[in-house]
Design a protein. Structure first.
Length: 264
């Protein structure tokens, strides 16, 4: 029996602060590489299943923690454009010449924004649970600022599909978000709410793009994922039946398969 790929941990210094990166898969020069960008209030652990599956498929998978999240130092950044600039600096520090980008929710906005600067370095992009613009309910913004536990409960109720509500995944997601450092979730959600460059960024994408939506997504409805795919020249659209907003966690095998299809 083949053993599961081992995860490695690396620390880079970006703008004077430690940036944590989880990595799995081949280290050889020229190996296909994909950067996995997490959503609001989360960290690299949201991509656990994909790190293992992608590495098993011969892809070098990299999952950073954004500033102030997980094991990365510093304060949470408050604009998608700043998160994109940080992502570009991280890729420069890793010294990658070509890579695929995959982002979930907030991370998808960051991936789109960063790709407009990466140019030909972005070989392909997967946008998961995403739309060109991602407004946030005012009640959730208020809860994120004033009561992180209540906000995490709201997200768990809205973001997971029916099966995930029943099998405990939603509760695990609630705990992860509730454990995020103070101020991080509020900063992330505000960054999403304030982002207005999505339509322009989507129109500039020149590499192959895959948009993955969840049929039962209450936070970024599937129809908005379809609209995003339609706005991107040549984009491919996949809608996963019965799945909510937290696609990498709710449908790990299917999301991993789809990411392998753009990364190899």
């Amino acid at each position: 029996m083949t053993s599961a790929p081992q995860l490695s941990e690396r620390i880079f210094t970006i703008e004077g602060a430690a940036a944590f990166l989880a990595a799995a898969g081949p280290e050889r020069a020229g190996a296909p590489t994909i950067l996995l960008l997490h959503g609001a209030g989360m960290d690299h652990r949201a991509w656990r299943a994909q790190l293992t599956a992608l590495a098993s498929g011969g892809v070098r998978a990299l999952a950073p923690d954004f500033p102030g999240h997980g094991r990365s130092a510093g304060s949470a950044l408050t604009r998608i454009s700043d998160l994109a600039d940080w992502t570009i600096r991280l890729v420069d520090a890793i010294e990658i010449e070509s890579l695929a980008l995959a982002g979930h929710s907030m991370g998808a906005l960051v991936a789109m924004e960063a790709a407009t600067s990466f140019g030909a370095r972005a070989a392909s992009i997967a946008l998961i649970g995403a739309a060109a613009e991602m407004p946030v309910h005012p009640a959730l913004l208020e809860a994120a600022r004033e009561d992180r536990a209540r906000a995490a409960k709201m997200i768990a109720g809205w973001a997971f599909g029916p099966a995930a509500q029943a099998d405990g995944q939603a509760e695990a997601g609630r705990r992860l978000i509730a454990a995020s450092p103070p101020g991080v979730l509020a900063a992330d959600l505000q960054a999403c709410a304030d982002y207005r460059n999505g339509p322009d960024a989507a129109g500039q994408l020149g590499c192959p793009v895959l948009v993955i939506a969840g049929e039962k997504d209450k936070m970024t409805p599937a129809r908005r994922g379809r609209a995003l795919a339609e706005a991107i020249r040549g984009a491919r659209h996949e809608e996963l039946p019965g799945i909510g907003h937290m696609l990498p966690v709710e449908a790990p095998e299917r999301v991993s398969e789809l990411l392998l299809s753009i990364a190899q």
